[in-house]
Every structure is written in structure tokens, then in C-alpha cells.
Design a protein around this ligand. Sequence first.
Ligand code: G6P
Length: 301
Amino acid sequence: MPTSETPPTPALPPSVQLGTGRGGLPVVRVTAREGTAEIYLHGAHVTGWTPVGGEPVLWMSAASEYRADAALRGGVPICFPWFGAHARDAAAPAHGFARLADWDLVGAVDHADGDVTVTLALGDTAATRASAWPHRFAARYAVTVGAHLTLRLEVDNLDVEPVRIEAALHTYLRVTDVRTAAVGGLEGAPFLDRLAGPEPVPGEAVPVRFTRETDRIYLGTEAAATLTDPGAGRTVTIAKHGSRSTVVWNPWVAKAAAMADFGDDEWPAMVCVETCAVGPDAIVLAPGASHAMTAVLTVGA
Ligand SMILES: O=P(O)(O)OC[C@H]1O[C@H](O)[C@H](O)[C@@H](O)[C@@H]1O
């Protein structure tokens, strides 16, 4: 039976420490052999991942809120069970309730290769059953930390009817300057330009570059995307499974200035490459069925 009671903290290996983070929010700090990470239970939000000997890969805004009633800005928010504004309920929170919910820490395990997996869980509550998406569900989020960062979101439909699910691992990546960065791997994929009309735009032959506000949903694409950051001399590859759409976003000047939790001058230092199942690529789950969506981040030269 779903419950809103907080379960007891599971036994944790020494590589995983549960502590108090910014704003007094609970945070899990992971020290694996080949990388470290930080995960807030609020939103199951990964706020940092650094491979050993490397630089931080994820971007967090210095202006982020750290409050139980707000989403964190940066890292990897989980958008679920809808993406963007809710289609029929304008009052429903953007990107769904998962990034605003306090997830349960249900386990952590050390692997023989030195990687560490932390698992969090979220189920329906009286509040979600009264929301714009009232279905019964169980979600598990496994974060595996090491030389790679593996994020696996699995959702079970516990309802008696088919449910439509949108989900995004809304990954904010650090870049030296987005104006010199490029995102490859999406060549040829048509996209919805969220700053233009609803009609899909034909795919382009070249990597995505940034010269203005960019907010695109690439459709029907299961390939890995690679962010190239010449200023840092590195690439970040995002390989994925169970995801047929990829969102690429940079707010540029005006939108950054309009967001209270995003510094006016921070936009050149980030780009989002989001592993998604959204819009026409949303998941429809039969009763009792499950779907898993995985993103694997790897740093290269
Ligand atoms: O401000 P948020 O609700 O966190 O959304 C931040 C951004 O998320 C995605 O990238 C959407 O495609 C954008 O349209 C949106 O602006």
C-alpha cells in the first residue's frame, strides 16, 4: 500500500554518507573509486559528479533555491510524469511533481569494480492522486557513480488503465562558453522548436551550435549525443536507452534574466542535453508494465 511515511534509512556502505546539504535538505554524498557525486533526496536530484582527476561535469546555478517547495536549478532534475507545462492544467507545476517531491533513499551498494549505486524511490501519494496526473505508480532511480555516471529511472504502472508518461533526465552540463560548444549525434533528427511553431523542423546535417536562445526537442533519436567543449579540451558523451527524444536548451540572455533562480550572467557556462521520452515520444504503459530510461555520461578528450 502506498504510504507517505518516511522509511528507515537503509544500511549504507562507507562510500555513501547521508548528511545535511544546503537549505537543510538531506543529501547523499558518494565517494566511488573513480568518481564522486552528490544527490539531494529532494527531487532525487543529482547536483554534482566529478570523475577522479577530472573537473566537475554538471552545472549548478549559484542562484539555485534549496527549498523543499522549489526545484533545484542545475544538476539533473527529473521531469516526471509530464514535461513542460501540463497540457490541460495550467496550475500544475512545470515538468511534473517528481522534482519537487522528497524521494526515499532505499539502498546503496558497492560494486566489485569500485562503482557505487544509490537507489531512490517515489510512489503515488494522496497529493499526486489528486494532481493533474492521478495514477498509481512506483518509480525507482538508480544512480551509479564512477568513471561514468549512470542514471536509470524505472517506472511501474500500478494503475488499472494504460497511462501516458513523459520523463526527462534534464542534465545541465558545464561548458567553458556555450558559444564555442557544439552538440553532435543529433544530425538528421527532426526537432520541435519550442520557440517557434508546433510543426517539426527538418533535421540539420551539422552539430548543434549556440548563437541565441535554443530550446529544441529532437524526435525519434536514440543515438548518443556528444557535447564538445574546446575551451576545456573535453567532450561529454550522453549515451541512452529507453529514450527516443533529446532536448537541447540554453536560455541565453533574456530568459536567464527572467528566471529568479538563474544568475543573469550564468548562461554561457551551461547547456542542457536532456535524455527524454516526451511529446510524440512519450511512453504509454499498460497496467502492470514498467519502463526504464537510462543515461550514461562519459568524459572524453
Ligand atoms: O525553468 P524550468 O521549469 O526548470 O525549465 C527549464 C527548461 O526546461 C527544458 O529545457 C524546456 O525545454 C525549456 O523550455 C525550459 O525553459
